[in-house]
Design a protein around this ligand. Structure first.
Ligand code: PMP
Length: 404
């Protein structure tokens, strides 16, 4: 048993980088001013710090600082993007397209808009997890105002062809506004808003070793957006409310470090991820990886195992000191609102994983501080767990009998 938990759950969150914490600390203590109250020096210090963070976050995605709107989290940024863009453009049309595998903060927000007179449709994905671009093209209409397709999927690790999707969308209907949820991409893989051609993009600090409580919506200059809240004029009026200065400062520093260290981080993570992937393929029979093996997030390994419940694997791993995710970390504890039952993952269902095991595949996501020893330990520990679960599974026994 390792001394400390092996954290292979970097899709749910990442640990705060101690260097980021150092930069944040003064803003919890002596630099407690409010950026909106900048007639005095304390307010000016806070305002300068937020402006610096805005520049650092903008630089991470090749945006202009004036195009960054700080929010409390990716959920808020996605709500702001989807509701704010839809409402600001509803005189032009009411048709919205999202992919079938969006995070709930995009999916449920877009579906909610149907109750407000919008019409949301879901673009299908193939078994490899990539959005079907030919279907997308067919589904774009004259009254389509918004398309939201995520840049990478947390649960199955695939990096979506957003650049090509934007090209198709703008060719078919130049008025379409394109948003991408890059909460699990920005700060992890290179993201350039100009290369992608998107109009809006969500990014989240706690996914790249920054603090929780800070995220941002990139909004291309000239794009119309309604705010979610009525209030003061912070964030150019798009997001009223006193800024979470320490968290925003932390997001800026985490963005700076991510930009600087990304190639080195990913070289290491990629190699460890490959070792884990190949080791699992070799050691565990009846294991099926989810999502394409190409164009994946570095260090993201997701799979399901026949005759072994994902939630049970997760529990046994936790007992052995290994933290992973089952399906989407955001939904592994999710229960249907009105029923006491687990809700299967819509992402796994969309890529054709049989629905009876949809309540749990396993997602390992390595991070910048993951080590080869940790990968070795996981590769040693998981096969006996699977064997044990199989030994308790009547359907595994049946399968063996039928094979004879
Ligand atoms: N988008 C994606 C792709 C996510 O994976 C998540 C959850 N990690 C969110 C949005 C929501 O993030 P948060 O819960 O931090 O608001």
């Amino acid at each position: 048993m390792p001394d400390k938990m092996i954290f292979f759950d970097h899709t749910s969150t990442t640990p705060l980088d101690p260097r980021v914490l150092e930069v944040m600390l003064p803003y919890f203590k002596e630099n407690f001013g409010n950026p909106s109250s900048h007639v005095h020096s304390l307010g000016q210090i806070a305002l300068k710090a937020v402006d610096k963070a805005r520049e650092q976050v903008a630089a991470l995605i090749s945006a202009k600082p004036s195009e960054i709107i700080f929010t409390s989290g990716a959920t808020e940024a996605n709500n702001l993007a989807v509701k704010g863009i839809a409402n600001a453009n509803k005189t032009k049309g009411r048709h919205i397209l999202i992919s079938q595998i969006e995070h709930y903060s995009v999916m449920n927000t877009a579906m909610f808009l149907n109750s407000q007179g919008f019409e949301t449709e879901q673009v299908p994905v193939g078994e490899d997890g990539f959005v079907k671009l030919d279907e997308l093209e067919k589904m774009i209409r004259e009254d389509t105002i918004l398309i939201s397709i995520m840049l990478s999927n947390t649960e199955i690790g695939v990096i979506e062809p957003v650049k090509q999707a934007v090209e198709i969308a703008k060719r078919k209907n130049p008025a379409v506004i394109f948003h991408t949820d890059a909460a699990s991409s920005a700060g992890i893989i290179p993201v350039d808003v100009n290369d992608l051609g998107v109009d809006a993009l969500t990014l989240s600090a706690h996914n790249f070793y920054g603090p929780k409580g800070a995220a941002a919506l990139y909004l291309r200059e000239g794009t119309k957006l309604f705010s979610l809240f009525e209030g003061g004029f912070q964030e150019s009026g798009y997001r009223s409310g006193t800024e979470n200065v320490p968290a925003i400062v932390g997001m800026g520093e985490a963005a700076r470090l991510a930009k600087e260290e990304m190639p080195e981080r990913n070289r290491k993570i990629e190699a460890l991820g490959k070792k884990l992937w190949n080791g699992l393929a070799e050691k565990i029979e009846y294991l099926h990886f989810t999502g394409s093996s190409e164009n994946r997030l570095p260090g993201h390994v997701s799979f399901w195992v026949e005759f072994a419940e994902g939630e049970s694997i997760l529990l046994f791993l936790a007992v052995k000191g290994i933290a992973a995710a089952s399906g989407s970390a955001c939904s592994s504890n999710l229960r249907a609102r009105d029923e006491d039952e687990l809700v299967g993952s819509h992402v796994l269902a969309a890529v054709g994983v049989p629905t009876d095991i949809c309540s749990g595949s396993i997602t390992f996501m390595l991070g910048k501080d993951s080590t080869e020893e940790e990968v070795d330990y996981v590769l040693e520990t998981l096969p006996p767990i699977i064997q044990r679960l199989w030994s308790m599974s009547p359907s595994y026994e049946d399968m063996l009998k039928n094979k004879k």
